[in-house]
Design a protein around this ligand. Structure first.
Ligand SMILES: [Zn+2]
Length: 253
């Protein structure tokens, strides 16, 4: 069953999984179990962990209960790395022009500084020599190691964003919105790239996730389950502005 078969009453966006918890009314004229609650990934719209209910209040209770649980359902849909290409394009065009060459010692220093700031165990650095003129760099999640074939600060910060993201989030898209927010923060803090410049270009590229959707805190801030400040479900909540403001607060002057 797809989310397009449901009239959504309320939903909550989860940036780490790039998906939603929801409850709503089925459109297929079922009299038994007319209401449905569950989860779906933004990329597929397949309903996951669905449960049906006779009445709307029960479906809504289930929806709010799901939001209160610490664990989220695991599913391949929540791991699909669908915006990898867009992210690479964005970095190539908007971030790479700020790259400069670093030595191995500088790379190790950057790793130590960033990991101390983010309370992450510093991943060992493998300074890989290019064999065929092809540069390859990656973060090895299994062993928590960074392999650097490139010799620039931007590639290192990208791999460090993976290390921070994967320390906190598991079974999530490698280059999903949660990763992009971390990467932007690192590019701002440690490469001094302008935040509004990155926010605008990344937003235009559509890689920041659903910044308009209500999130967990919106539902918990209000006992009635309504959005705060008179926002309606389908109205854009200016979360981009809120998040921009938040990140400006924590960025060094
Ligand atoms: Zn990557």
């Amino acid at each position: 069953m797809k989310i397009s078969d449901v009239r959504i009453k309320q939903r909550s966006y989860e940036m780490t999984r790039d998906g939603y918890a929801f409850y709503g009314e089925r459109l297929d004229n079922k009299t038994i179990g007319k209401y449905i609650a569950g989860w779906y990934a933004k990329s597929t719209g397949n309903i996951i962990e669905r449960k049906t209910f006779m009445d709307r209040a029960a479906a809504r209770r289930h929806f709010l209960d799901e939001l209160g649980k610490p664990d989220r359902p695991e599913h391949d849909d929540f791991e699909r790395d669908i915006q990898k290409r867009q992210l690479y394009d964005w970095e190539h065009k908007f971030i790479d022009p700020f790259a400069f060459e670093i030595t191995r010692a500088q790379a190790e220093h950057i790793i130590d500084v960033v990991c101390a700031d983010y309370h992450v165990e510093p991943p060992p650095l493998h300074w890989v020599e290019s064999e065929d003129g092809m540069y390859r760099s990656h973060y090895d999640q299994q062993d928590h190691e960074i392999h650097m074939g490139h010799r620039d600060n931007i590639t290192l910060l990208h791999e460090l964003a993976h290390a921070i993201d994967k320390t906190n989030n598991h079974d999530t898209p490698h280059h999903g919105p949660a990763f992009v927010w971390i990467a932007i923060e690192l590019y701002n803090h440690y490469a001094r790239i302008s935040l509004p410049y990155m926010m605008k270009s990344a937003s235009n590229k559509g890689i920041l996730g659903d910044v308009r959707a209500p999130t967990l805190l919106n539902h918990f801030n209000d006992r009635n389950g309504q959005l705060p400040l008179g926002q309606k479900f389908d109205e854009p909540a200016s979360e981009t502005e809120q998040k921009t403001a938040l990140r400006q607060d924590i960025a060094p002057v």
